[in-house]
Design a protein around this ligand. Structure first.
Ligand code: NAD
Ligand code: TDX
Length: 331
């Protein structure tokens, strides 16, 4: 099996490479990644001799055409992924997430290759805190931010290419991931590295917003399940019943790191901040037999804290720039 993985110098894609080499050592893996601020080649250093790494842009038609033509399957993670950045400057999101996905689609159409498109639950917008409903595969798209609307656009392109051109694609929409190698701009690693740097964690607004946390290895196991057993043209939601509000998560991190659980500060809220995400995972559980393994968030956070504590070299150089950008927004 020859597999092209886009965006695998980033958080989930890199974990996907490590997971795949461990569980499917016979696969031949090629990575296509532009190494934007979010990509870090060192994340793949330990497996460098087992993969082919190509530095390049998913919007580069010629390069994408050549790489797709030489592989059997494309797993498409590459994206601009951070909501706060999309509010500062939407253009890279439009380019990479929409034009980049269209470029991949045209190549898989031409070469008749299988595609799995990685997306997010944020395409559905948000839920009220007291709403018993969760997102399902039939919830209407209603994205809130430039990030989530660009991901929604990319999903719609995939659906259209499946219907009109018979492209053999599947889509998955996953909830919030956590685990090792997550960029420190994101909520959980930002707070852990703040505490490790002697800075107070920063909670947007009142911190009532709920995210449905899933360990990155559970996400990647689900992606492999879809590649093995998923039905072409179908969309699958991935989630591990991990709903928690942000305040509770910050308090948990502080406690686990031996600090007073009230030792954080409230900062400016995110404009248009989605209130709650929640995944009904019954389709992938029922139809494909996938089950999450890491369902204890406290234990998962403990392991993640340990990873950031032991891998200071991986994140330290990025910290000042990330915090300077947040400071400009009063965050
Ligand atoms: P990330 O920002 O950590 O990594 C993105 C990677 O894509 C980086 O290595 C970057 O260099 C690369 N990239 C960006 N633009 C590129 C381009 N034009 N050409 C080639 N490579 C490019 O993101 P992540 O958190 O690992 O997310 C991966 C995917 O999963 C995204 O599609 C995201 O929408 C989706 N997703 C993320 C989450 C989450 O909680 N992080 C949840 C659900 C879905
Ligand atoms: O410092 C912070 N303080 C804070 O309260 C940061 C960075 C975030 N937050 C809040 C905002 C959100 O309610 O924490 C929550 C999580 O924030 P992010 O880590 O930025 O994630 P989110 O916006 O929920 O999006 C994530 O999940 C879905 C990923 O970044 C997306 O790529 C994915 O699609």
């Amino acid at each position: 099996m020859k597999m092209l993985v886009t965006g695998a110098a980033g958080f989930i894609g890199a974990n996907f490479i490590h997971y795949t080499l461990k569980h499917r050592p016979e696969y031949e893996l090629t990575v296509l990644d532009l190494l934007t601020y979010a990509g870090d080649e060192s994340t793949l250093e330990s497996v460098r001799d087992k993969i082919t790494f190509v530095k390049g842009d998913i919007c580069d038609k010629e390069l994408v055409d050549k790489l797709v033509g030489g592989n059997d399957i494309v797993v498409h993670f590459a994206a601009e992924s951070h909501n706060d950045n999309s509010l500062r400057n939407p253009w890279p999101f439009i380019q990479t997430n929409i034009v980049g996905t269209a470029t991949i689609l045209e190549a898989v159409r031409k070469h008749e290759k299988r595609l799995h498109h990685i997306s997010t639950d944020e395409v559905y917008g948000d839920l009220e805190l007291d709403d018993p409903a969760k997102f399902t595969e039939t919830t209407p798209y209603n994205p809130s931010s430039p990030y989530s609307s660009s991901k929604a656009s990319s999903d719609l392109l995939v659906k259209a290419w499946v219907r009109s051109f018979g492209v053999k694609a599947t889509i998955s929409n996953c909830s919030n991931n956590y685990g090792p190698y997550q960029h420190i701009e994101k909520f959980i690693p930002r707070q852990i590295t703040n505490i490790l740097s002697g800075v107070k964690p920063k909670l947007y607004g009142k911190g009532e917003n709920v995210r449905d946390w899933i360990h990155v290895d559970d996400h990647n196991a689900a992606v492999h399940t879809i590649l093995d057993k998923g039905k072409i043209g179908e969309l699958y939601l991935i989630g591990a019943n991990g709903e928690q509000n942000n305040k509770t998560v910050i308090e948990m991190i502080l406690e686990l790191m031996g600090k007073d659980k009230s030792d954080y500060e409230h900062v400016n809220d995110r404009p248009g901040h989605d209130m709650r995400y929640a995944i009904d995972n019954s389709k992938i559980v029922r139809e494909l037999g996938w089950q999450p393994q890491y369902t204890d968030l406290r234990a998962g956070l403990e392991a993640t804290i340990e990873w950031y504590t032991e891998n200071n070299d991986w994140w330290q150089a990025k910290k000042a720039e990330v915090e300077a950008a947040y400071a400009k927004q009063g965050q």
